[in-house]
Design a binder for this molecule. Structure first.
Ligand SMILES: [Zn+2]
Length: 99
């Protein structure tokens, strides 16, 4: 049984918050077919997919990046440490669709 660590970047399409989640991917061989089991904190979880919940605004509109994406885009990584609360009201910068 083989395990690898993956760090999957997410981006919220509503508030543009970027974050990463750590997963352990376990390669399980079942009757000659390899399947992947995604684990977080030792518990099986669904594989990362668009639709994850944003930890900042709670929208279910997050999208994923390819593995290692943020290593090439360090400007997207938020600075470490607590971030001061943003006093501006939560207004979506995305224009509403016309239809
Ligand atoms: Zn968000």
């Amino acid at each position: 049984m083989e395990e690898e660590h993956r760090n999957i970047p997410f981006e919220c399409r509503r508030c543009w918050h970027v974050w990463e989640e750590d997963y352990i991917v376990r390669h399980v061989d079942s009757r000659g077919h390899e399947s992947l089991v995604w684990l977080q904190a030792g518990q099986p979880v669904p594989p990362p997919a668009p639709g994850a919940i944003c930890p900042r605004c709670g929208a279910q509109q997050a999208t994923t990046f390819p593995n290692g994406y943020l290593a090439h885009h360090p400007e997207l990584i938020p600075p470490p440490g607590p971030v001061a609360p943003d006093p501006t009201p939560l207004l979506s910068p995305v224009p509403k669709p016309l239809y």
